[in-house]
Every structure is written in structure tokens, then in C-alpha cells.
Design a protein around this ligand. Structure first.
Ligand code: NOJ
Length: 567
């Protein structure tokens, strides 16, 4: 049984990001303003009042920069311009202004690990000779074997296949190989080259000067590769690489995963933090898939990132004991470096939690692999129930919370998407063996039945088709409807803000729990979740929010339900 000591206390006068709720927009799929079936900045600006009503503090945008879209924008060809698919810089300025009016900050995605192969720097590298300064911007190596016909090492691409591609030199002969930890259209930059650092300083300033509140940094744990780039022993294509054994030392972890989480990367972060500090209250959040959390916490030391996504939490199933463990570990480990924890359950790379959390654990595909028509199909009702309970548990925790677009509607994963619609490079690089991430990237339903895309676009077009089930999750059907998932989220965010839970303090509440329930108290609010089969009596107090529609004071909390009570 857990003890009752205070595990976490938010410092006085905490900065905004220590308690913020940040909403992730995947620009292709949020709202289409021009009717071409692809989401865009205009569409977002038009729908912004809906996000203000939801009660968020900031939006993180997945990339909208100029890109050939080989990896949905995570292949940037120009860091300081908007892709015409999404609009232009004027649209961005209009968006920032409207968001500011509504009290919402805009965070942009920074993709520093790799550029697009269409970026002018990479084109220059291809045109230049081996060993030239142009090649030094990227990671080019001669191949192994008699004629350099074998890749320089055995690293796999996260998306499947080899992480190296051989080029043809300007004179037409087979040439060097370049590293791409992701798709071959995403060559890795050489972060040991000071010119790469200089280049990105300007990119940061460009967006900060334009009013961005900061950055979500892509593959923040991958920039520095281990000296000598040694072969790896275990090929694991998840973003964190080989799962660390808890008894491994930091050094051993770095050897096992030679392109993830190398300690040399921290100097870069400090440099960026100094740039951010020249501005007012800007923020940087790291996508750093490094485990255990004690290691992840190194990314949020006082002079490094402000936040890092808590993937340990995201990967925790709906399991009472595991949840208790990961929350404790998060608060303690991040607390040691003076950082708040963040909390996140879904994003554009993982199976939506309304599907994932009810899926049989032993059948759950690996992170990034997705669920397709050939996998067992999920239990939708159970997914809804658990996702609501899990989100309600999460949003009471102190620290920063992330919401992925559509989870406030309870959207499940699209698990029957046909191959012909798929765009994720994972699907193509594995010949469809791993279906990839398109199932969590489907467009949002706004108005049920107005057209085929349920109002996502005025024409009904949608770059990925919605499953039939999305109609019933449409925002307009949930608005103002007591007990809907949308109204639940609105209520949770309102209470969270009114009572300062994001900037609160935390202790477990063993006096309110048993082996099937988990309870904590944040700033006088009891959050209680029931994981077991039997209903439990709800303690006396005012019910502030609940996933169970008919719950009354001193009623019974059923299984897979969560309640917030003002004691
Ligand atoms: C992580 C991003 O979240 C993912 O969508 C992308 O494919 C890879 N990084 C490569 O940029």
C-alpha cells in the first residue's frame, strides 16, 4: 500500500508551461478550409473558437513547413516557409493573431534530426565530392565490402529496411552511403558539425520572432550518433530502440542504442535553451523516447528542455498497479531535476488510446506499427469506457498535459483502413507487413452527416477516409450533451483550471483505495478510479466530474470509471 506523503508540489509562481494543457493538431486532419480534402491553417483558424471552448492553453502543430510529404511533413525541405498544402506565412500570422486573441499559444514542430532529401543542403551534398564541406552537413560514409557495396553498419531504419542508402556520384559511379534513421527521403544531419548548429539557430529565431511560443522537438534523443557508429546487437525498430534492462548503466544503454540518447546531445539543448531565454516565456518540449524515466529526466534539467513527453506513462496499460508505479516514478524522477512531469496518452505515432487501452496486451502491435484489417478488431465500447476513465485519471494530475486532436471526441483508431489509402512510409518499407500510423491520423468529424467527411471539409473530401463509426463521434452531436466525451473533457479542463490542479500538489490516498482502485489527492480533490469488476462506494464530498453519467454523491463507482470529488 502506498504512503500518504506529499510526492510532488508545484513551486510557487510556476511558469505557464508547468501546468499547461497543450492540444496537438495534426494539420492534415484537423479542419480543411479550402475544400481540397487536406487540412490547412485556414481551417484551423476558423475552428479555433472550438478549442478555446475546450479550455486548452496552447496548440502544438505537427509540421506544416515546406515538404514533399514523404513522411507527412516530418521531411522538411524549407524550415522557414509553409507548405502550400497548408497555406502560407500570412495564414500562419493570421492564426497566431487569432489564437492570441483567444488566449492560446502556438507551438511549432522543429525537425532537426534530418531534412528532406529535397532540402537544398542535401542536394548540394549530393552534387559535391566525398569529404567536401557540403557532405559534412550529413552523415555520408564509404560502404563496406570490396567495392563499397555493403552498408557501413547494420543499423535498421525505424520504418523498416536498412538505415543507409547508396548514392550515385556526380560522375555516374556508385558512391557513398548516407544515413537515414527514418525513410531514405529523410537524411540525418551531422550534429557534430558546427555549421549544422548555426543553421538551426536561425531557424529557431525565425519562428520565435514570428510569434511562436516555442517548439516541440522531433527525435530529440537522436541527434548525436555514437562515435564510430558501431553495429548494434538487437535490431528493434521502435523509437526508443532496444528496451533497456533496468540494471543497465547509462553507458551500457548508450552502447545498446548507439543512435538514441547519447550524452553528447545535451550541449545542443543547452544552446537552444539560451536562445529561448533571450525571449519572454517560450518553451521547448522534447520527443525523447529514452527509458527509464530517470534517464528521460536528464532532458529537462534546469538549463535544457522545459518538458519532455512522458512516454513511460503513454505506454502504461490500464492496470492499477502499473499506473501507480509509473505515476510515482514520474513525479519522483522529474521532481529530482525540478521539472514537472507531463502526461500524454495519444499522439500521431501511436494507436489511439480509445482503441489501444482495450486491446489484448499480448496482441498489441509494437509502437508505430498500427492495427489493420488483418489484426484482431478492438472492442469499441470497452475502449470508450476505459479511455474516458484513463483521461479523467490523467487530467487530474499536476504537471503539463497533452491532448491529441480527436481524443476529446473519444475517437477510436481506424483499424480497417485499406492499403490503397495508406501513406505512412512504414507500410511501404515493410511491404504492408507493418501497417503503420495512418489509423490514428484520420480526419476529424465536425458535423455529423453533412457530407462524407462529416464536415471536415466543405466538399466532403478527406485525404484519408473516415470509418463509418466516426459519424456518431461528430463534435456537433456531443456539444451540450450531458455525459458526452466532449463535455467530459470541457468539464475536466475547467475544474482543472479553476482549482489549479495543473499547478497543484500530489499524494496518493491509500485511505480511499483497495487492491482494485487507485486514489490520489491533488489540492483537495480526490481522484478515484475503479479497475476492478465490482462497484465501490464513492466517498462523501462534492462530485466535480465523473465518467459515469448517473453517479450521485455516495453512489457506487462502477468498473473502468473515474470520479473527481471535492473532499
Ligand atoms: C517522430 C515523429 O513524431 C514521427 O511522426 C516521424 O515519423 C519521425 N519522428 C521522423 O521525423
Amino acid at each position: 500500500m502506498s504512503n500518504t506523503e506529499l510526492l510532488f508540489k508545484t513551486p510557487a509562481d510556476a511558469e505557464w508551461w508547468r501546468s499547461s494543457v497543450i492540444y496537438q493538431i495534426y494539420p492534415r486532419s484537423f479542419a480543411d478550409g479550402n475544400g481540397d480534402g487536406m487540412g490547412d491553417l485556414l481551417g484551423v483558424t476558423q475552428r479555433l473558437p472550438k478549442l478555446a471552448e475546450l479550455g486548452i492553453d496552447a496548440i502544438w502543430f505537427s509540421p506544416f513547413m515546406k515538404s514533399p510529404q514523404k513522411d507527412a511533413g516530418y521531411d522538411v525541405a524549407d524550415y522557414c516557409d509553409i507548405d502550400p498544402l497548408f497555406g502560407d506565412l500570412n495564414d500562419f500570422d493570421a492564426l497566431v493573431a487569432e489564437a492570441k486573441r483567444l488566449g492560446i499559444r502556438i507551438i511549432v514542430d522543429l525537425v532537426p534530426n534530418h531534412t528532406s532529401s529535397e532540402h537544398k543542403l542535401f542536394k548540394a551534398a549530393l552534387a559535391a565530392a566525398p569529404g567536401s564541406p557540403e557532405r559534412e552537413m550529413y552523415i555520408f560514409r564509404d560502404g563496406k565490402g570490396e567495392n563499397g557495396e555493403l552498408p557501413p553498419n547494420n543499423w535498421p531504419s525505424v520504418f523498416g529496411g536498412n538505415a543507409w542508402t547508396r548514392i550515385t556520384e556526380a560522375d555516374g559511379t556508385p558512391g557513398q552511403w548516407y544515413l537515414h534513421i527514418f525513410d531514405s527521403s529523410q537524411p540525418d544531419l551531422n550534429w557534430k558539425n558546427p555549421k549544422v548548429l548555426d543553421f538551426f539557430d536561425d531557424v529557431l529565431r525565425f519562428w520565435l520572432d514570428r510569434g511562436a511560443a516555442g517548439f516541440r522537438v522531433d527525435v530529440a534523443h537522436g541527434l548525436i550518433k555514437r562515435e564510430g557508429m558501431p553495429d548494434i546487437e538487437v535490431a528493434d525498430t521502435t523509437m526508443g530502440g532496444a528496451k533497456p534492462e533496468s540494471e543497465m548503466t547509462l553507458e551500457e544503454l548508450e552502447i545498446a542504442n548507439p543512435y538514441w540518447g547519447q550524452s553528447g546531445g545535451h550541449e545542443i539543448i543547452r544552446r537552444w535553451r539560451r536562445i529561448l531565454n533571450e525571449y519572454d516565456d517560450r518553451v521547448m518540449a522534447a520527443e525523447a523516447w529514452v527509458m527509464p524515466l530517470s534517464r528521460m529526466a536528464n532532458y529537462v534539467r534546469a538549463d535544457e528542455y522545459h518538458q519532455t513527453f512522458n512516454f513511460g506513462y503513454l505506454e502504461t496499460p490500464w492496470d492499477r498497479d502499473k499506473l501507480e508505479k509509473v505515476v510515482t516514478e514520474s513525479l519522483v524522477e522529474f521532481g529530482k531535476v525540478g521539472a514537472p512531469s507531463t502526461w500524454v496518452l495519444s499522439n500521431h505515432d501511436v494507436i489511439r488510446h480509445a482503441t489501444r487501452m482495450a486491446y489484448p496486451l499480448d496482441k498489441l502491435p509494437k509502437q508505430g506499427d498500427g492495427i489493420g484489417p488483418n489484426n484482431p478488431q478492438p472492442d469499441e465500447a470497452m475502449g470508450q469506457r476505459i479511455a474516458r476513465a484513463a483521461s479523467t485519471f490523467m487530467l487530474g494530475l499536476p504537471g503539463g498535459a497533452y491532448i491529441y486532436q480527436g481524443e476529446e471526441l473519444g475517437l477510436p483508431e481506424h483499424t480497417t483502413l485499406e492499403g490503397k489509402y495508406r501513406e505512412d512510409p512504414t507500410y511501404f518499407r515493410t511491404n504492408g507487413e507493418r501497417v503503420g500510423r495512418d489509423g490514428c491520423r484520420v480526419t476529424l468529424p465536425w458535423e455529423a452527416g453533412v457530407n462524407e467527411s462529416n464536415g471536415f471539409s466543405s466538399t466532403g473530401k478527406s485525404w484519408l477516409p473516415q470509418p463509418d463509426s466516426y459519424r456518431k463521434y461528430s463534435r456537433d452531436l456531443q456539444e451540450g450533451v450531458a455525459g458526452s466525451t466532449l463535455e467530459l473533457y470541457k468539464r475536466l479542463l475547467k475544474v482543472r483550471k479553476d482549482l489549479g490542479l495543473g499547478a497543484g500538489d500530489f499524494r496518493w490516498a491509500p485511505e480511499y483505495q483497495d487492491k482494485n482502485t487507485l486514489a490520489y489527492i491533488n489540492s483537495g480533490v480526490l481522484v478515484l478510479s475503479n479497475f476492478g469488476p465490482d462497484a465501490v462506494v464513492v466517498p462523501a464530498g462534492e462530485v466535480l466530474a465523473t465518467t459515469q453519467h448517473d453517479l450521485l454523491v455516495e453512489g457506487e463507482l462502477e468498473h473502468d470509471q473515474t470520479v473527481w470529488i471535492k473532499l
